[in-house]
Design a protein around this ligand. Structure first.
Ligand code: GLN
Length: 223
């Protein structure tokens, strides 16, 4: 696999002015797993798009959401806290029942059916096998402009920070984006999405808008 070059990570500012929710469609309540990692950044992205997110820390918080984001951070810590708070089983059940879920970076590790590494024990939410340290120590962080056809013609500026990689994907998993050497870095299976990078660390709101649309559509179908 050809590795992209490392670049200095660009500091990011967020426009956190709360936006207006689009009218006309049912508005899904979007939760963010808020045990560890960059849940606040996801929260600001959603607020900009007119969505007031729900922070999920306890099983009962899941009752107040229609969709869930699993943020970047440190997957072993996140899984430990998740099990401490007895969230594993109720979260798995909600996803089995069709709740849209999106994991970014460490969140993608949580989504995996299995990991190459021994730890942590992932939640098996999506039919993907993931390696936590796909880019190795030397090249563990980089930023790159990525073509993501589902988000339009303009490439998305993306940050890979000690990013995981897809090792295997089930037949129902569709690749949403690849590096120029073909390495898949974003994938979707129905209402489940996994991204190796961090859309929450940019000023580009398209990926969050994409997930909100999926969540709203799923809610509309259930009503
Ligand atoms: N490599 C980290 C892990 O294993 C994930 C890094 C991230 O979320 N930026 O948890």
């Amino acid at each position: 696999m050809t590795q992209p070059t490392i670049e200095t990570l660009t500091p990011v500012t967020w426009n956190v002015t709360p936006g207006d929710a689009p009218e006309g469609t049912p508005q899904a309540r979007i939760g963010i797993l808020a045990l560890q990692g960059d849940f606040l950044e996801h929260s600001m992205m959603l607020q900009h798009l007119g969505v007031r997110p729900v922070e999920v820390r306890l099983p009962r918080d899941l009752d107040a959401v229609d969709a869930l984001i699993l943020p970047g951070g440190e997957s072993t810590t996140m899984v430990r806290l998740l099990d401490l708070h007895d969230l594993r089983e109720p979260l798995q059940q909600r996803v089995r029942d069709g709740m849209p879920v999106w994991g970014t970076c460490a969140g993608m590790i949580l989504m995996a059916k299995s990991l190459v590494e021994d730890r942590p024990e992932p939640l098996a939410l999506m039919d993907i096998t993931v390696s936590r340290n796909a880019y190795g120590r030397q090249l563990e962080s980089f930023e790159i402009d990525l073509a993501i056809p589902d988000l339009g013609d303009t490439p998305v500026h993306t940050f890979f920070i000690r990013a995981p990689g897809f090792v295997e994907m089930g037949p129902d998993v569709e690749v949403l984006a690849r590096l120029s050497d073909g390495t898949p870095v974003a994938a979707r299976a129905g209402v489940k999405i996994a991204t190796a990078f961090h859309p929450e660390l940019t000023n580009d709101f398209r990926f969050h808008a994409f997930f909100i649309a999926i969540a709203n559509e799923e809610l509309a179908q259930r009503q």
